[in-house]
Write a protein that binds this ligand. Sequence first.
Ligand code: BES
Ligand code: MN
Ligand code: ZN
Length: 501
Amino acid sequence: MTRNPAKLIPADFPALPGLDFLEGVRVISTPDGGAEALGLAVFEDGDVPGQLELSREALTRAGFDPKVGKTLVVPRPSGPDLVAVGAGKRADLDATGLRDLAASFSRATSRREHVELVIDHEFADPAGASQALTEGAVLARYRYTPLKSERKDVPLRTLSLGLTRALDAHIAKGAAAGLVSARAAVIARDLANTPPGHLTATDIANIADRLGPRFGFDVEVFDRKALIELGCGGLLGVNQGSAEEPRMVKLTYQPQGAPSAHLGLIGKGIMYDSGGISLKPSDPMHLLMKMDMGGAAAVLGAFTALRDAEVTANVTGWLMCTDNMPSGTSYKLGDVLVARGGTTVEVKNTDAEGRLVMMDAIVLANEEKVDAIIDIATLTGAALMALGPSTAALFGNDETTVRLVKEASALTDEPVWELPLEQKYRAQLDSAVADISNLGGKYAGATTAALFLSHFVGETPWAHLDIAGTMQTENDDSWRSAGATGFGARLLLQAASAFRR
Ligand code: BES
Ligand code: MN
Ligand code: ZN
């Protein structure tokens, strides 16, 4: 492993601190008397829970609003703090609301290790409710702290869920599922939050190698030499300026029994995007370019959950990992790269590198004859400009695959919005010297990037997620903790779970 000695990275530097945190959380359905804070859901309609010993008027006078996302902590001389937790209208409470409600409770009690949340409600799907509550409570408490000498927050250790009128078995099943999907997101966050010097392409490949046997998938790592043999000219071209080797990481999940279908997942893994010879200016946005591997992180995170979520499809993943650096050996504007399969690509901008690493993987996925491809990439600033930091851009060539992603998006509250794959703009990618160029015109940058990918996809059912906007959040936002969001990890897991031929 190549590591800069000047950073003095200790040998025991925790690669996945969030995973350690998550594995320290216990979710129980029978209170053990150890709760330091007791949250009680207060709906807009119906009675205020008696345990609060407060009337609705008193709560209102104290400034409490029973909307989802609002809380009021009532300290007491002894016993656990009481927390009124806004739950909105009973009829409106869905998984998204439950996740948000649990997140607000979890944040309100962020100095407490052992917390209990009681919701007096008739749940149509108690396991689903328990899953959403677990996800919200755990993900809200995520923090990336291994490089801080002191940490203020306390890790969550016990979450006790009191869902009245729900069977313990349902609560336990949902909580287990919630911890599995939260694991996918937490691993994706850890990877994207890690500074670029602490996480090279070689490092992420080694991490994948360790995760595979633990969570039930196979890992094959391709180094520079292997990539030359495969003819992955895109990944190799982008890597050319770097002192670090590239890595392509192939992940394979096979379910017990006959697979229902075969899904391909491809993630952009630019460990740091300087722009290369088309160097980016040093504005604060470029502090975020350590997260340019957010797509690869989401795919790897999702893989850690496939077995435990009992996904019935075969899933194959490709993480396309390198940094994009300027140097005397960099690929240049005007260079022509040869993709796996022989397509020639004129490089008109070395900062449009994501599509170049993705193209090789798309060709490889097609060679494996997957039934559908979903790719995920922090691909364009244009996606961020168009949809902002809350919603990812979605493109596709197939209604069924696009719908699969939209439904997974709704269930996981990872919002997407479909943009048109406008064929009229395809001519912007024409090249005078090669089969295609990597740069479109001034407008619709997210679309021309998607059109570039679609050239390699061909007829395979395909959906593309541009997560440049959603990869991070500046401030805590419900269960999204400041920093990398892990966007896409839970969505991809859900899509894989629902995938059928
Ligand atoms: N990684 C960036 C896209 C990005 C921008 C991600 C902002 C997150 C936040 C990508 O590699 C890039 O540089 N795209 C260029 C493409 C352009 C040169 C055609 C862009 O969007 O400006
Ligand atoms: Mn770039
Ligand atoms: Zn990039």
